[in-house]
Design a protein. Structure first.
Length: 75
């Protein structure tokens, strides 16, 4: 999970990068924070997708099942 402070720091580093440039340490920090942010977005998306339910013609709700993609067996 990423904090508000970390998001604020990402934005600060971006503004500094545009205006005056970053030191090597700041570039590394920026990369690390951006990776954390992307991972948080991915986790959030996964959680949302896992909670989606399909409603069939009769009104029954079904969870979406994960598939391995091999097409060799039924899931």
């Amino acid at each position: 999970m990423i904090t508000k402070e970390q998001i604020q720091r990402i934005n600060e580093l971006y503004k500094k990068q545009v205006n005056e440039g970053l030191t090597e340490e700041e570039k590394i920090e920026q990369q690390m924070l951006r990776r954390l942010y992307v991972e948080a977005v991915k986790e959030n998306l996964r959680a949302q997708l896992e909670n989606i339910k399909i409603v069939d013609e009769k009104g029954y709700k079904h969870n979406i099942q994960k598939k391995c993609g091999c097409d060799e067996h039924k899931h």
